[in-house]
Design a protein around this ligand. Structure first.
Ligand code: SF4
Ligand code: SF4
Length: 145
């Protein structure tokens, strides 16, 4: 059963007057022009599209849109609910899918290899394990040692 009450979500999205105040103050908009809380709220209203669910992962969770909204739509909560729907829609922004892949494969987002460890040694720092299999186990992608 879905953890998201889609009817309640759509009800709140329906309050949107499409004024754009939320998108105008969204800090993510300046680096991802296609993203905007107004668009996400509208998508939520018109069918919870996979694209909206995917876009929801770009939100930085600053809640500025909630403060700017004159209609109490609370776009950040709609975005949070859309994220929660990701497992059902199978849509996770590609950036996060890639990060998950890296975490399962090497235990961290940043690759630590021989070159990196040689540099650490030169700086008097301890060597690091190149892989962290426990992280994969925690994420359900590896085998318990
Ligand atoms: S909570 Fe998300 S959508 Fe709202 S302004 Fe912040 S980054 Fe943008
Ligand atoms: S500020 Fe509120 S009413 Fe205006 S577009 Fe955003 S969600 Fe809709």
């Amino acid at each position: 059963m879905s953890r998201v009450n889609e009817t309640a979500l759509k009800k709140r999205a329906a309050l949107c007057a499409y004024c754009g105040s939320c998108t105008a103050c969204c800090p993510v908009q300046s680096v991802a022009a296609d993203f905007g809380p107004r668009a996400v709220a509208r998508c939520a209203l018109f069918g919870l599209s996979a694209e909206a669910t995917e876009a929801s992962w770009l939100c930085a969770g600053c809640h500025k849109c909630d403060m700017a909204c004159p209609q109490d739509v609370r776009p950040s909560e709609i975005i949070r609910d859309l994220r929660a729907l990701s497992p059902e829609t199978g849509r996770l922004h590609p950036v996060f899918s890639k990060q998950m892949e890296l975490l399962i494969r090497q235990g961290r987002l940043y690759l630590v290899d021989e070159f990196e460890n040689d540099g650490r040694e030169d700086e008097g720092l301890p060597r690091l394990a190149e892989e962290l299999p426990d992280v994969a186990v925690l994420l359900g992608g590896g085998e318990q040692a």
